[in-house]
Design a protein around this ligand. Structure first.
Ligand code: NAD
Ligand code: MG
Length: 421
């Protein structure tokens, strides 16, 4: 990535870093191991990252794990992978986990401070941020501030606080994207001169409602929205994929990660999710990255960078794929994509407001409180009421988010009153 010190394979040797190897296998001579903190280890990305650890126990050691409140799963992960530190963002859940892990020697931290401790944990050299939502922003800043390699799945960090993240990145640390599109772009840019880039082309599966009309979208249910055709993911990102806000968030993420203006970030529909994204160069050539859709691939690629570790989780048999298709995204039916472009171009606090309004609206939709199209309506109105200002601190982001959450929540209540009335 343009602003990071990429390509160095730079790692910190940490003499204290000797956590248990759960497999009791000798580490192969000459191979460096990476000490990994996984933030959000109980989620979709987090559990798949642990499968990557299972596949490469000689290269990856888990030193810290965090989750929101799933005590059972974090306990079993802690017993299996033997981290030195675990953290539950929910303070009561942390108390329960501390009781259960008594006598294991594993430190149990709690709350937002515990999350920051895990993000900047001295025994970790690589931090995977797999938290969902802008709750991931403070840990992103903490990990970079501590000079870590940050494998970033939490796109909301970049959307809510892109400018802040870049300013911390200038002082240290590095980001390797985990989001499959950005991982693809990152790898297409390896060895290229950023001045030769004409455009970034993000592919979009189109989600479960590809090809539907507004009338049809008005009637879809939570269950419909949660059945994604090509990816199995957490609930929030699955709904984001159905509204195309996921692609909107990814456009903003790409803008900050690769320093490309919004006019030169394109989105193309690609229902098979095999071409993960492309870079178009000045000479008209396109580079793409392809594989069958499986998030363990981009996770492994981010954790192994600049190396490539085999064998693969799945091989891509081109003959079996039969056909790859590309088309225009229907931006009128799926209005969230243009809302994201608009907020991105406005800059300042607008993207934090977009993201926070989206988080509130998606949660309300998942709880059955509003309809599918209300998500877009609530984000649009919140953005329209907002007067963006510059961002120079985390407090600026938190204040804008607080305002947006308040406005969007009021709109959720209002929408419900209208439906009932
Ligand atoms: P998920 O809901 O399955 O998991 C989220 C994790 O974060 C869980 O471990 C949860 O305990 C933790 N968490 C939730 N709220 C928290 C909070 N307030 N504080 C601390 N921890 C909290 O989500 P996911 O699908 O794994 O997605 C994680 C991130 O990765 C999201 O930003 C998403 O957009 C991105 N991403 C996911 C996929 C995918 O395939 N799932 C693909 C690309 C990018
Ligand atoms: Mg993606």
């Amino acid at each position: 990535m343009r602003r990071s010190r990429r390509g160095t394979g730079r790692r910190r040797d940490n003499p204290q870093s000797t956590p248990p190897n759960p497999y009791n296998e000798p580490m192969e001579a000459g191979k460096e191991t990476r000490a990994l903190a996984i933030l959000g280890s109980t989620g979709s990305i987090g559990t798949q990252a642990l499968e990557v650890v299972d596949a490469h126990p000689d290269r990856l050691r888990v030193v810290a794990l965090t989750a929101q409140r799933n005590v059972d799963l974090l306990e079993s992960q802690a017993r299996r992978y033997g981290p030195r530190l675990v953290c539950m963002a929910d303070v009561r859940a942390a108390g329960e986990l501390r009781r259960r892990l008594e006598g294991t020697g594993i430190e149990v931290a709690a709350g937002p401070e515990g999350l920051l401790e895990a993000a900047a944990y001295p025994l970790a050299d690589t931090v995977l941020n797999a938290i969902v939502g802008s709750a991931g922003l403070p840990p992103t800043l903490a990990a970079l501030g501590a000079g870590k390699r940050l494998a970033l799945a939490n796109k909301e960090s970049m959307v809510a606080g892109g400018e802040l993240v870049l300013s911390v990145l200038r002082t240290g640390g590095e980001i390797i994207p985990v989001d499959s599109e950005h991982g693809a772009v990152f790898h297409c840019l390896r060895g290229e001169d950023s001045g030769d880039v004409e455009a970034i082309v993000l592919t979009a599966s189109g989600g479960p409602f590809y090809g539907r009309s507004r009338e049809e979208l008005a009637k879809v249910t939570v269950e419909d929205a949660l059945s994604h055709p090509t990816w199995s993911m957490g609930r929030k990102i699955t709904v984001d994929s159905a509204t195309l806000m996921n692609k909107g968030l990814e456009v903003i993420e790409a803008h900050y990660l690769f320093g490309v203006p919004y006019e030169r970030i394109k989105v193309v529909a690609h229902p098979q999710s095999v071409v993960h994204s492309l870079v178009e160069f000045k000479d008209g050539s396109l580079s793409a990255q392809l594989s069958v859709p499986d998030m363990r691939l981009p996770i492994a690629l981010a954790l192994s960078y600049p190396e490539r570790w085999g064998p693969p989780f799945k091989r891509t048999d081109l003959a079996e794929l039969e056909k790859l298709t590309f088309g225009e995204v229907d931006r009128e039916t799926f209005g969230c994509l243009d809302l994201a472009y608009r907020a991105g171009k406005e800059g300042g606090t607008a993207t934090a407001v977009l993201n926070a309004a989206n988080e509130v609206a998606v949660e309300a939709f998942l709880a059955g409180r509003i309809g599918f199209l209300d998500i877009e309506g609530i984000i649009r109105e919140t953005l329209e009421e907002h007067r963006p200002t510059g961002v120079s601190s985390l407090d600026d982001v938190l204040a804008a988010e607080g305002w947006a959450r308040g406005r969007a929540s009021a709109m959720v209540d209002e929408t419900r009153r209208q439906v009932r009335g």
